[in-house]
Design a protein around this ligand. Structure first.
Ligand code: MOS
Length: 745
């Protein structure tokens, strides 16, 4: 088979353009740059959950070898963009993150309260161990159950009940299900720790190497914090070792490093440790959901009520679309949703893969399964009976929806028809066998992006945009689009990203990068083709007996040449065109965004996950035996990286279903399993070969490339598929994740 690992023909389509650099260690992540005079920062975090810092004794730390500074609210610079009105008494506000070193207040256990900088990392760690804090402690609240009894949820119009049709109509249905489902706190835990190198170049100019899903959004946050013009802030993020949403925001450690670098006048490298990853970069918030769902005896839904209570921090409001999935996944005339968040003395939660929908779909897709047993209707059949042909929520047609195809393809692949629907009826050796299905949806959209395309006289193509690639394969997909549109061989095409000084690209979030940036790359390449055409149209080679004025439409752009469609022997290479014009390169930069047309439609991606589980009756161990994961994400640009996205969603879904749970000891308000030994995530032994099916049908409306998105939807509904399979195997319905063995025996 040859050098299969980097063999272009292996699997389907080219390898990741950055794959080799990543697996060989050549890729440079944010903390891996060597700068002259680089110093090392270590953050100290609070060890109480609420109160204030009364005193800091940093004398021995300051005298420790190599220590260059101990920075806290006592000696920090005033950050000009900080809003001094933010104080603990005010309650949560939207979009106002923790303002590091701005005051003496402690708002959660694990809050960054001081930064020790030294000439080596080890000396910074030692210095940090010498700093002593005196606190004035106040009663904290980190327990949701307690909060529900004692504090009011955050108020505001967005928390108003949503009622379509008759309120709580499920209550009077012929057949109904009422149940409560719990999603624990989950922590993103990407492999790469959050890190930054901050360097001031003079008083008002900074350069940072950041782990971020958005070089432009990171740049904007730093501009706002320090009131700097765009051209004075450069953010580099060439490689990102996973994010899953944790790198969507600019967190306080970034500002802390910038404060530190400014105060000591040297570049500072700051890497969070794994424990700090649990309190400083967000988490998926604990959520309790109550679902009431009712149907006629023949399975037509008559009412869905979906209520969710979740948490936020005491200083910032965070909400997600947890209950919205009930408004759109199925056709139902009566839908009621209620959503509340309670402020706790914890750090602010944030978006985590499939934010909102992943939590909501666990509940709804479990409840639909419960209903299927109550109705004695096959769970796929029940979904088809209630298939939504139009967007029920927005009352608009879908730009495309191939969920039916996804059900069918997945059911065939897993052999759904061989499943004995009787609970507890299937066995393999000692193991009980269960099959389950769960599906998901996630909003698909197209934002605005700019890209540059430049063709060189040697025929190679460069495309640039300021975007990050946190793993989905954006650089690869963009290279494929540029190569295909321009007719330049893949190997001669380069996509450059990860630098805020490139033309502004989108933040890599909400499954929008391929749609947004892929369209921009498509559009800018089309424009570059037109420019090439202008240079080439008078070339005598295109003048034949019948064609005098060659038009763009008469030509083909392929393999580095322009051909006459009517006679492919008439051609001129891009190199020749540029050389003849005396140009070393030809380029264009263009902004691209969606039009009015797309707004007349609703766009969603859809996933369906089928799993076969084995449950051991004596130990309660659940093993995923088979996974078939199917996605309707529109046109698939890069099959290999798209499959990989779906694999990642399934792996994270196994974690959500069986393992992940951030545990807080409410006596101290402290996360107690804040390491990768105690916070369990799937390892190879937990993951079977995952079978992925890409429906791969272009969306004709959303954008010119037909691609929707898949990063989020890959996980949405997965945990329900597992819970449903566990029920099918055992007759035990686990409604609080994760499904650990103790809940089954
Ligand atoms: Mo995704 S939660 O927008 O990284």
């Amino acid at each position: 088979m040859g050098n299969f690992f980097f063999d272009e023909a292996f699997i389907d389509g080219p390898d990741r353009v950055d794959g080799k650099a990543k697996v060989t260690g050549a890729a440079k992540y944010a903390a891996e740059y060597e700068l002259s005079g680089l110093t090392y920062g270590v953050l100290i975090h609070s060890t109480i959950a609420r109160g204030s810092i009364k005193a800091i004794d940093s004398k021995s730390a300051e005298k420790a070898p190599g220590v260059l500074g101990v920075i806290s609210h006592l000696n920090s610079i005033k950050v000009p963009g900080y809003d001094m009105s933010v104080n603990p008494g005010q309650g949560p506000a939207g979009g106002k993150g923790l303002q590091v070193f701005n005051d003496a207040f402690v708002r959660f256990y694990g809050q960054p309260i001081a930064l020790v900088i030294a000439d080596t990392f080890e000396r910074a760690v030692f210095g940090a161990s010498l700093v002593k804090f005196q606190y004035s402690r106040e009663q904290h609240l980190t327990d949701f159950e307690e909060a529900k009894k004692t504090v009011a949820p955050v108020a505001g119009a967005r928390y108003n009940d949503f009622v379509k049709g008759e309120k709580d109509a499920y209550k009077t249905a012929a057949v109904k299900i009422e149940a409560e489902y719990i999603m624990p706190n989950e922590v993103h835990n990407p492999m790469e720790l959050h890190s930054i190198i901050a360097q001031w170049k003079g008083d008002d100019k900074v350069m940072v190497y950041d782990k971020t899903q958005g070089v432009k959004s990171s740049q904007r946050s730093i501009m706002q914090a320090f009131k700097l013009p765009e051209e004075n802030v450069q953010v580099i993020s060439k490689f990102v070792g996973g994010g899953f949403g944790s790198a969507l925001r600019t967190w306080p450690h970034v500002i802390a490093a910038l404060i530190g670098a400014k105060l000591i006048g040297k570049p500072v490298k700051l890497v969070l440790d794994r424990q700090q990853m649990f309190t400083m970069v967000g988490y998926r918030p604990f959520t309790v959901q109550r679902i009431g769902i009712g149907a006629t005896a023949d399975g037509k839904l008559t009412g869905i009520t979906h209520e969710a209570d979740s948490i936020t921090s005491s200083y910032e409001e965070f909400t997600e679309r947890t209950v919205n999935v009930s408004r759109g996944l199925y056709a139902c005339p009566n839908v009621t949703t209620r959503y509340k968040v309670y402020p706790l003395n914890l750090s602010t939660p944030t978006w985590m893969r499939g934010p909102g929908e992943a939590t909501g779909a666990f509940a709804v897709e479990s409840a639909i399964d419960e209903l299927s047993y109550a109705l004695k209707i096959d769970p796929i059949e029940l979904r088809l009976i209630n298939y939504a042909e139009t967007d029920q929520d927005a009352n608009r047609p879908f730009s495309s929806k191939f969920l039916k195809e996804a059900y069918q393809l997945g059911a065939e692949r897993i052999g759904w028809k061989n499943r004995n629907p009787v609970v507890g009826s299937m066995k393999e050796g000692d193991w009980m066998v269960g099959y389950g299905i769960g599906s998901g949806m996630f909003n698909a959209s197209r934002g605005t992006a700019k890209a540059l395309a430049r063709i060189y006289a040697d025929g190679s193509l460069l495309v640039q945009s300021a975007v990050s690639d946190s793993g989905p394969g954006t650089a690869t997909a963009m290279t494929q689009i540029a190569s295909a549109v321009m007719g330049v061989p893949f190997k001669k095409t380069t996509f450059e990203l990860g630098d805020s000084s490139l033309p502004p690209g989108p933040t890599q979030g909400g499954s929008t990068t391929t749609s947004t940036l892929g369209s921009a790359v498509n559009d800018v390449c089309l424009s570059l083709k037109k420019k090439l055409f202008e240079l080439a149209k008078d070339n005598p080679v295109f003048h034949t007996a019948t064609i005098h004025n060659v038009a763009l439409n008469d030509l083909l752009f392929e393999n580095g040449s322009i051909f006459l469609k009517a006679d492919r022997s008439k051609k001129v290479t891009y190199s020749d065109i540029l050389n003849k014009a005396g140009l070393s390169q030809l380029e264009i930069t263009e902004e691209s965004k969606g039009g009015e047309d797309a707004r007349k439609y609703s766009s969603y991606s859809y996933s369906v996950h089928f799993v076969k589980v084995l449950v051991h009756p004596a130990t309660g161990v659940v093993k995923l035996d088979r996974i078939v994961t199917v996605v309707d994400a529109g046109k698939i640009i890069s099959h290999k990286t798209a499959e990989s996205q779906m694999f990642g969603g399934a792996v994270a879904g196994i974690g959500m279903a069986l393992m992940e749970e951030g545990v807080i000891d409410h006596r101290y308000g402290k996360w107690v399993n804040n390491n990768l030994a105690d916070y369990h995530v799937p390892v190879h032994a937990d993951v079977p070969a995952i079978e992925c099916i890409l429906v791969d049908k272009p969306d004709p409306i959303i954008n010119p490339i037909g691609a929707k998105g898949m990063g989020e939807v890959s996980i949405v509904g997965f945990a329900a598929a597992v819970a449903n399979a566990v029920y099918h195997a055992t007759g035990k319905r686990v409604r609080d994740l994760p499904i650990t063995p103790d809940k089954l025996i």
